[in-house]
Design a protein around this ligand. Structure first.
Ligand SMILES: [Zn+2]
Length: 114
């Protein structure tokens, strides 16, 4: 995962390629602690730009497929560094087979809040 970068749409456009899936982390407060971990199945740059109002720092990694993007997000969520905020939630996968977290083996259905 690349980062942290200081969030700006200019920076996002400079470092994140167009129309590629990928995983990302966001923080509103600290470059040391990730508050949101998620992925985009189609366009990481567009998804990051969507968070322009709230994010101050971001991390990202580009993937070849939506599934790879999900796995990268899971790996990032479970990795000890950088630290994850206590409120950070596991990346949510779309329903369906093949979306099992490679680290904790949870499925999308188990991660949806009741
Ligand atoms: Zn997991």
């Amino acid at each position: 995962m690349h980062g942290p970068f200081v969030f700006s749409t200019v920076c996002v456009d400079q470092v994140v390629p167009l129309h590629r899936p990928g995983a990302y982390g966001l923080s509103r407060t600290s470059a040391e602690e990730v508050e949101v971990v998620d992925f985009s199945a189609s366009s990481l740059r567009e998804e990051l730009r969507f968070h322009a109002e709230e994010a101050r720092y971001f991390w990202f990694e580009v993937a070849l497929t939506a599934h790879e993007a999900y796995r990268l997000a899971c790996d990032f969520y479970h990795s000890p560094s950088p630290k994850k905020a206590s409120g950070a939630v596991h990346p949510a996968a779309p329903p369906g087979p093949g979306w099992t977290c490679p680290v904790c083996h949870s499925h999308a259905e188990q991660l949806v809040p009741a």
